[in-house]
Ligand binder design. Structure first.
Ligand code: C2E
Ligand code: MG
Ligand code: MG
Length: 509
């Protein structure tokens, strides 16, 4: 029963009670007057009855006023409840639920006319929140909704999640939506002032229409989502319209996913190793890099299948396979740690910590023999939960390395807060050390930070003797790259390991 209905019922009950008592009083006084009609002066009992009537009338009047007041209060409480259910408290946009319900109704009605759905994501919203605070984040959300309303007048604007918004447009072509979306991008890129800062936002937009395919809500949302994904992966800050090709790409991803599942089952995966050496050329760690030996396509590099695995929990299985294999191979690398790469997707789930603990237990391995590499984007987008998982892994004894440093937006301030033991400087800086002043300054500054904070600095992608020499001069502690060795299968990596101690080039394949 709704709040209003409950109050109304309660009010009606007290109103009826008052009515009953009045009716009782009138009946009682009438009876008394009738029985006493012979007496000339008004008897005491009649007087009492009259007083009772007056009292009841007074009560009734008050009950009525109370009822009206309570009904009014109930009405506004109900309106407030509805408002909270329907509109987002921060931005005033429709809540997710209300938006989707409204969209569903609109789609059912509009059987002949197009209904378009636009999905909008604010780019780098987390970084904005982290650097300027949540109030600035809220101001950005409000600004986004204001710009959406300006670009899409008379259309429904909803907030679907943290920094995700949606607009649905009735009876307009997709071309119109695209034009308005471009206006929206222009509007939102103009800086807005917040607490002395000029903030300019960038957003990614995906749009799809139901017109020709008569899609239901799930189909329309899926298509708009594919278009949004395309916007995000092709550089953000843009509008993408859904295209049928996206569906076939999705089918291709599904196909790869099925094949990869089979590969895991059939043991078609391999872990290759690439050494990480110290300033004397002594191998201190082996980075395990996964490869897929496809029966028809040959050796497939991880760049092709890791992103596919990351779209499902397949990445968890793959991650477990890699760690298990690394535990099995560890005794082959006397005195070396093994470094393994962990996907940001794995770190989104608590199960990763339990899995690592379980594998250690089952294989009798020690966490201290392993380094977990996380990429810089994982670090910059890390939620409190992710940081907590990293802390727990570190407490188990794993070392944590920040991989591909310099490719994302990881400022030096992150280095203070993240639980890390090593930083691997991306290849793009190392190969430019000879010519690029920025690269030289960054690498030297990082080496300094590393010295002060006890963090090991690894130079990745060392391809030439000059790269090695400059990275050493800049203060790096460890070196990895084709100049030292390419990633090679276990047997080759283990066989050449002692040689690497004296001569880095001995491992080059
Ligand atoms: P990463 O962790 O940064 O690994 C280093 C990549 O750079 C490897 O590519 C390696 O072959 C390549 N590399 C090493 N030295 C040089 C060099 O001197 N020059 C050049 N041009 N490249 C060099 P690979 O094996 O294709 O791996 C690519 C990425 O795939 C890895 O980057 C890592 O992010 C991911 N990856 C590899 N194995 C796994 C895995 O088991 N799990 C997960 N989640 N990701 C993995
Ligand atoms: Mg790595
Ligand atoms: Mg790397």
């Amino acid at each position: 029963m709704g709040l209003t209905a409950a109050i109304q019922r309660q009010s009606r009950r007290s109103y009826r009670l008052s009515q009953l008592s009045l009716f009782g009083a009138i009946t009682a006084s009438g009876a008394i007057l009738l029985s006493d009609h012979t007496a000339a002066p008004v008897t005491m009992s009649a007087l009492l009855s009259m007083t009772a009537i007056a009292g009841s009338m007074f009560t009734l009047h008050h009950a009525r006023r109370g009822i009206y007041q309570r009904l009014q209060e109930a009405g506004s409480a109900e309106a407030e409840r509805q408002r909270l259910l329907q509109s987002d408290a921060v931005t005033g946009a429709m809540t997710r639920r209300h938006f989707l319900e409204t969209l569903e109704i609109a789609l059912k009605r509009a059987t002949k006319t197009p209904t378009s759905l636009l999905l909008i994501d604010i780019d780098y919203f987390k970084q904005l929140n982290d650097s300027l605070g949540h109030a600035a984040g809220d101001a950005a959300l409000v600004h986004t909704v204001a710009c959406l309303r300006q670009a899409f007048p008379d259309c429904a604007v909803g907030r679907l999640g943290g920094d995700e918004f949606a607009v649905f447009v009735n009876d307009r072509s997709l071309a119109w939506c695209e034009e308005q979306a471009r206006k929206f991008l222009a509007l939102i890129s103009r800086p807005f002032r917040y607490s002395g800062f000029d903030i300019s936002l960038s957003v990614s937009v995906g749009a799809a229409s139901s017109v020709d395919r008569q899609l239901d809500m799930a189909g329309l949302s899926q298509n708009a989502d594919l278009a949004l994904y395309a916007s995000k992966t092709s550089g953000r800050g843009r509008v993408t319209l859904f295209d049928e090709v996206m569906l076939s790409e999705r089918r291709h991803v599904r196909y790869l996913e099925r094949e990869l599942r089979a590969a895991l089952y059939l043991d078609h995966l391999e872990l290759h190793y690439q050494p990480v050496v110290d300033t004397h050329g002594v191998a201190r760690a082996m980075e395990g890099l996964v490869r897929w030996r496809h029966p028809v396509r040959g050796l497939i590099p991880p760049g092709e299948f890791i992103p596919v695995a990351e779209t499902s929990t397949l990445i968890d299985q793959l991650g477990e396979w890699v760690f298990r294999r690394a535990c099995r191979d560890l005794p082959r690398f006397d005195g070396c740690r093994i470094s393994i790469n962990i996907s940001g997707e794995q770190l989104k789930r608590d199960s990763v910590v339990a899995m690592m603990e379980r594998v250690l237990r089952e294989t009798g391995s020690a966490a201290a023999d392993f380094v977990i590499e996380i990429t810089e984007t994982v670090a910059t987008e890390a939620t409190d939960d992710v940081v907590n998982r990293l802390d727990r892994l570190r407490a188990l004894g794993f070392r944590i390395a920040l991989d591909d440093f310099g490719t994302g937006h990881c400022g030096f301030n992150y280095l203070k807060t993240l639980p890390i033991d090593a930083i691997k400087i991306d290849r793009s800086y190392i190969c430019n050390l000879g010519s690029d002043r920025v690269a030289q300054v960054l690498v030297s500054a990082l080496a300094e930070v590393g010295r002060l904070r006890g963090i090991t600095i690894v130079a990745e992608g060392v391809e030439t003797a000059q790269d090695l020499q400059l990275a050493k001069a800049a203060g790096c502690d460890r070196f990895q790259g084709f100049f030292i060795s390419r990633p090679v299968p276990l047997a080759a990596a283990a066989a050449t390991l002692p040689a690497a101690k004296g001569d880095p080039q001995a491992l080059s394949a």
